[in-house]
Design a binder for this molecule. Structure first.
Ligand SMILES: N[C@@H](CCC[C@H](N)C(=O)O)C(=O)O
Length: 289
């Protein structure tokens, strides 16, 4: 079907999945912004575009609603798996996907109705090395590095899980507010030490194996949940000795289970839901003058 798209969400982090070959226009920063716009378009936290891959069963390019490209997305990968199965692009429940942030493996959970309801994704390996994010700080690892934002002196842990993350912890019993996120998120995302910008998590340990996070995504702003953010916050918490794996990461949209092994290899398990399938109106991107 011309201009066909699929809409799904993982814990309220919503994505549009499509095959660019079905579109009668090009995916450009401008058309991506138009489709993701919540008032003027379909509305989403990003676009998942199917591509061919020589290394994996499928290739995936991930776009943020501001038109920028991301290397990886945890919720995006679960939704992409759901899209491939629901639209019958594959009948398989287990397959590999190549992203710009590395190769991952997805195992789908399908219910009795044949509906994909969850997925476990082998998300690759976390690293704290500055060049991986990138970050301009000269240190072997970005562990509790000082940073100034909104006039405050903070300590952050920088993590790459394929895409970049800046995790700021509060001690157990502490509390981050949405106001903190809205003040600090944009400044940290665009801080000069992160030349490709960064995703931001305000995190607090809530138990020996659990965290609560608020999320500010690069190119998207505040989101209800984020798979790669959950992986980053869990890795940082384990690295700092604040928590142990497997880690239950709770965000405003819900909970993901993240396993971090001794080499910081990550798996993410969580729900996914199809919302609808549709077709962009032919005149959507070319309104009459
Ligand atoms: N929502 C995602 C992360 C999407 C990409 C991110 N905004 C970036 O620019 O790296 C997730 O679930 O991981």
């Amino acid at each position: 079907m011309k201009n066909a798209f699929f809409k799904g969400h993982g814990l309220g982090n919503d994505y549009i999945a499509l095959n660019p070959k079905d579109l009668d226009f090009k995916l450009t920063p401008k058309t991506i912004r138009a489709i993701c716009d919540r008032h003027w378009g379909v509305g989403s936290d990003g676009i998942l575009a199917l591509t061919a891959s020589r290394k994996a069963d499928f290739g995936l390019r991930i776009y943020n609603p501001d038109g920028s490209e991301a290397e990886k997305s945890g919720n995006g990968l679960r939704i992409f798996g759901c899209y491939l199965f629901a639209t019958k692009i594959t009948k398989r429940r287990s397959f590999s996907v190549e992203t710009k942030g590395g190769l991952v493996h997805i195992d789908l959970e399908v219910d009795r109705r044949g509906q994909v309801v969850g997925a476990t994704v082998d998300m690759g390996r976390a690293t704290f090395q500055p060049r991986a994010l990138p970050c301009t700080i000269r240190a072997p690892e970005l562990i509790l590095q000082p940073i100034k934002a909104v006039g405050q002196s903070l300590r952050f842990t920088g993590v790459s899980v394929g895409n970049p993350h800046c995790v700021v912890f509060k001690d157990k019993g502490g509390k981050w507010t949405r106001e903190d996120l809205l003040r600090m998120g944009p400044e940290l995302e665009n801080h000069s030490i992160f030349p490709k910008r960064t995703n931001v998590q305000l995190a607090v340990p809530t138990g020996p194996k659990s965290l609560y996070i608020l999320i500010w995504e690069r190119g998207a702003g505040e989101t209800q949940a984020s798979g790669s953010s959950s992986c980053a916050a869990a890795s940082a918490g384990v690295r700092l000795g604040l928590i142990k794996s497997p880690v239950t990461v709770k965000a405003p949209g819900g909970t993901l289970l993240i396993t971090v092994d001794a080499q910081y290899n990550l798996t993410m398990k969580g729900p996914v839901a199809e919302v609808y399938q549709g077709q962009l109106h032919p005149a959507f991107l070319t309104p009459a003058k």
